[in-house]
Design a protein around this ligand. Structure first.
Ligand SMILES: *Cc1c(COP(=O)(O)O)cnc(C)c1O
Length: 412
């Protein structure tokens, strides 16, 4: 099965990686919270990790394991843990691996809610340095003796900065430091996290993986490339005989079991259905986004377009090297005399909504929504202008999206 293509493996994964009953091609969705053991010793053994099984669905269940197996398989990783949302995956990972006194190097260009969460981390004594991750030199300069990890996003939202992924991965490897990548914008068919030596990928399944704006989820995948025996924060009780499992074990116990951001069985199933068409959707999204970016780039009512697929994008060379497609996020600065609110109201097909990675094309004014809690200076530091519009490109027929822009521009 390994030799087959991405989508062939994907649509057959449930049936082959799991053991669905009686010829069912999907793992059955099971909402039971509890699991009965006829022999009490067996319950004890499962509790103590000596035997595989489920004891309580906050920690594990068949529907979650089925999705975890597929994600592990597609990312070529060691194992995965699923969560109720992308933010649940991020917060659980951070809180289970780091403690007061640790230092982390974090991208300057972060998803808004992750950015907000970093303030909570700092309030609890975790020290952070925010750096421009488009150049490895900035990361190198920020290293300290207590640096425990580097955390970044592949393609940042909304300005689409691309991280210097391979160079940062090599730096982390030489420093024996965890390299955590938020891979939401570039799922496994677009980006191979192993190729840049990621330790863990963290992603929102809500976006491209599930794909239809109808379910929340998040995941952490361990690539197997990090040597956990060099990570001093692993608690003694999670240092089992298989060192490769130390990180996932601690995240599963501390981050999922104790913090409780569990993905429901129904959501796990909905995500796995959305996932089947990942390649069909993202291929179309990337193609549409490049077409729209080229159109907007040459339009006189647009002062800037941010899309890694454009030759003039500052990290176009990095995007070309690392990604199989340039993603579905595209931002634009309207000409100064066009009000973003009025412009969005003039669009008909494009939906004015937050969210991204949907089948539908979405747009929103950036400064006054996702960054309204930030100061003007913070927005400027992140490259967010006042008349910026963020688009998440969908799978519609591209001529219809372009026509919608044409008629909207004609009104200004
Ligand atoms: C949406 C998003 C998240 C958070 O995911 P949710 O599923 O909405 O909680 C994290 N990181 C990035 C890059 C995102 O786009």
């Amino acid at each position: 099965m390994k030799s087959k293509g991405f989508t062939s493996r994907l649509v057959h994964a449930d049936r082959l990686l799991n053991t669905p009953e009686s010829g069912a091609v999907h793992q059955a969705t099971n909402n039971s919270v509890l699991f009965e053991y006829k022999d009490a010793q067996e319950l004890v053994d499962v509790f103590q990790g000596k035997k595989a099984g489920h004891v309580y669905s906050r920690s594990s269940s068949g529907s979650n394991v089925a999705l975890q197996n597929i994600l592990t398989h597609l990312e070529g990783g060691l194992g995965a843990i699923t969560f109720a949302s992308g933010m649940a995956a991020i917060t659980a990972t951070m809180f289970s691996l780091f403690k007061a006194g640790d230092h982390l190097i974090v991208s300057h260009f972060l998803f808004g809610n992750t950015r907000s969460f970093t303030e909570t981390m700092q309030s609890l004594g975790i020290e952070l340095s925010f750096v421009d991750v488009t150049d490895v030199q900035n990361v190198k300069a920020a290293f300290k003796t207590n640096t425990k990890a580097v955390y970044l996003e592949t393609i940042a939202n909304p300005v689409t900065q691309v991280a210097d992924l391979r160079a940062i991965g090599q730096l982390c490897e030489s420093k024996k430091t965890l390299f955590l990548i938020d891979n939401t914008m570039t799922p496994a068919n677009i980006f191979d996290a192993n190729s840049v030596l990621a330790s863990l990928t963290i992603s929102s399944l809500t976006k491209y993986i599930a794909g239809h704006g109808n379910v929340l989820g998040g995941a952490v995948v361990d690539t197997g490339l990090f040597d956990w025996s060099s990570f001093e924060n692993i608690l003694p009780m999670y240092r089992g005989p298989d060192k490769a499992q130390w990180g996932l074990t601690q995240i599963r116990k501390r981050g999922l079991r104790d913090m409780g951001g569990t993905l429901s069985a129904d959501s796990a199933h909905a995500i796995s259905i959305g996932l089947e068409t990942l390649v069909l959707r993202t291929d179309k999204v990337c193609e549409n986004a490049l077409r729209l970016a080229s159109y907007l780039h040459s339009h006189n009512k647009v002062s800037a377009v941010y899309y890694p697929g454009l030759a003039g994008h500052p990290q176009h060379y990095l995007a070309r090297e690392h990604f199989n497609g340039y993603g579905g996020i595209l931002s634009l600065d309207l000409a100064d005399d066009i009000d973003p609110i009025q412009f969005l109201n003039a669009l008909n097909l494009v939906i004015c909504a937050t969210h991204l990675g949907d089948t539908r094309t979405l747009a929103l004014p950036v400064a006054s929504t996702i960054y309204f809690e930030c100061s003007a200076q913070q927005r400027q530091d992140m490259g967010v202008s006042d008349n910026m519009i963020r688009m998440s490109i969908g799978i519609e027929d591209i001529d219809d999206i372009v026509a919608d822009f044409e008629q909207a521009f004609a009104q200004f």
